[in-house]
Design a protein around this ligand. Structure first.
Ligand code: ZN
Length: 304
């Protein structure tokens, strides 16, 4: 059984002037529903405003909540922030937080949205409005639900917002493995950054991932991992620059799941990036990722 977090508000109607694939979350839900009884469904609550403001500037939170984000910020985000988009933006961090709570109980849970790793304190960026990973990690540690949270980001783009928003915290560490020449042009500093050359393929990617993540897992010893499971390192992704195959992506997520299961570390995943003309193809990548993580963690249930 895989615990899946979803909310109808994730499927916001596409605002005008948007290149972002708004039907992705609905397609992921539909593909998962086709799997039937192998999943349990969980509905999050919106992230309370106080916790959004623990990470983001209160003025920016107000701009989003009241759907009055200034045009220069909307350009950076990549779409207009309507009332429906604002509601979704508060719901998604609630989903990543709920996935973490479920993971602490069950070993693994997947949010069917999120991974909004480019959002910064006073603005969104790169299709991200609020940074669900940073907000969830800060809330979990401040509440005392988790003591040491590691955010592992395998999206092809660097997790610059997450790194910036959690910098200087001893109880949150960040790891990002990404294409060096991809967005964002100016990178932030994660606890560990791994910059890959264009076209990096399966074997080199998987070897580099293991070589760089294992020492951080050993050294930081997290009691919870939040995973940005972006599927845009796939060869041919519209916004990616790497050369992973479908099998390579699945191998990545099997390895991530297997590592956490072997260590008894709860794992909560967020969707992350994935871009292409065919939204169904992109959604299939995300579903394959969730299933690979679920299978890998089910083999060795939490030893706690
Ligand atoms: Zn990305």
């Amino acid at each position: 059984m895989i615990a899946v977090v979803h909310h109808p508000a994730y499927v916001a109607p596409a605002p005008a002037r948007s290149q972002y694939q708004w039907n992705k979350n609905g397609l992921v839900r539909d593909l998962l529903l086709e799997l039937g009884g192998a999943l349990t469904w969980h509905e999050p609550e919106a992230m309370p405003r106080d916790w959004l403001e623990a990470v983001h500037d209160p003025e920016y939170v107000a701009e989003v909540t009241e759907a009055r984000v200034p045009p220069h910020k909307e350009r950076r985000i990549g779409f207009p922030v309507t009332a429906a988009v604002a509601r979704r933006a508060a719901m998604v961090p609630g989903g990543t937080y709920l996935a973490a709570r479920l993971a602490l109980e069950l070993g693994f849970a997947a949010n069917t949205a999120g991974g909004s790793h480019h959002a910064l304190a006073d603005t969104g960026a790169g299709f991200c409005v609020f940074n669900d990973l940073a907000v969830a990690a800060v809330r979990l540690t401040e509440e005392g639900t988790a003591r040491r949270v590691l955010i592992v980001d395998c999206d092809v783009h660097q997790g610059d917002g997450t790194a910036a928003l959690t910098a200087g915290r001893a109880d949150i560490a960040t790891y990002s493995i990404h294409a060096e020449k991809n967005f964002p042009v100016r990178k932030a500093r994660s606890t560990v950054d791994v910059a890959l050359a264009d076209g990096t393929g399966d074997a080199e990617y998987l070897e580099t991932l293991a070589d760089t993540l294992v020492p951080l897992l050993d050294g930081f010893a997290p009691d919870l991992v939040l995973y940005q499971a972006g599927v845009d390192p796939l060869a041919g992704d519209r916004l990616g620059r790497l050369g992973l195959s479908h099998d390579g992506l699945v191998a990545r997520d099997r390895w991530i799941g297997g590592q956490m299961a072997a260590r008894g570390v709860p794992l909560a995943s967020a969707l992350g990036g994935g871009y292409g003309i065919d939204a169904l193809e992109v959604s299939r990548r995300h579903v394959a990722s969730i299933l690979a993580l679920g299978e890998a963690t089910a083999k060795q249930p939490l030893q706690r």
